[in-house]
Design a protein around this ligand. Structure first.
Ligand code: ADE
Length: 226
């Protein structure tokens, strides 16, 4: 899979892909992540990427020309399955969307900044808009990193134990059960006996029961969606 991320602040996207699981996935060629500076497609001598909004008002708007030049340049090199715009107006991101996106070959993600992008980009070039929650970030970069992370960890071979993404919270509309590691007792707090018992079937049942209990207590609406 290949993910291209378009931004006017590409520096914001360096760290998320430089450590841990995502770094290893890129090094192992399980995914390619390319971050592009939209400024590189600006044609004027000041390399401008934003301008005042027509009709007035506060804030700047990301200009249509550099963004479209960048999208068309990349699209001439390969076909993109989705061209996503990160925006608080988009559909609310969740695990099923991550699952579906992880099955695509090439996706492009456009990060908004300032007051957002010229509406003509959204009308003609964007295939889907995604929000990571009902709050406003300073730009789409952190949101794009969230989406990319959730997709990449689903790709075959990225997690050591291939089943571990399947046991994540939300994969079956259930939150994950509690987990423990050594020591077996800490300040009088004991790890549940069943986890030390070695009975695989009982452990599976305990984990499932705990998942259901936790979901009922914390996110009952997930159970109603089944
Ligand atoms: N850009 C700004 N806020 C955002 C959000 N909540 N989700 C996605 N992109 C954003």
């Amino acid at each position: 899979m290949r993910i291209d991320i378009l931004s006017v602040v590409p520096e914001l996207l360096t760290s998320p892909f430089s450590h841990s699981i995502l770094k290893r996935a890129i090094a192992a060629n399980l995914v390619e992540v390319h971050v592009h500076n939209i400024r590189d497609w600006s044609v004027n001598k000041h390399k401008t990427v934003d301008d005042y909004p027509y009709g007035g008002g506060a804030g700047m708007v990301m200009m249509v020309e550099p963004i479209v030049a960048c999208i068309e340049d990349l699209s001439s090199q390969r076909k993109y399955d989705e061209i996503i715009y990160m925006s608080p107006d988009g559909e609310l991101f969740d695990q099923p969307i991550a699952n579906r996106l992880s099955m695509q070959k090439n996706i492009m993600i456009l990060c908004g900044h300032y007051k957002g992008v010229d509406e003509r980009v959204r009308e003609k070039f964007i295939t889907r808009e995604i929000s990571i929650g009902n709050y406003v970030l300073s730009g789409g970069e952190l949101a794009a990193a969230v989406v990319a992370d959730s997709i990449i960890r689903l790709l075959p071979g990225v997690l050591n134990d291939e089943t571990s993404a399947l046991s994540d919270s939300f994969q079956d509309n259930l939150l994950a059960p509690p987990v423990y590691t050594r020591p077996a007792e800490f300040r009088g707090m004991k790890v549940p006996d069943v986890l030390l018992s070695g009975h695989a079937a009982e452990i599976d049942k305990w984990r499932h029961d705990q998942s259901v209990k936790r979901t009922q207590e914390r996110r009952p609406e997930l159970l109603k969606n089944e």
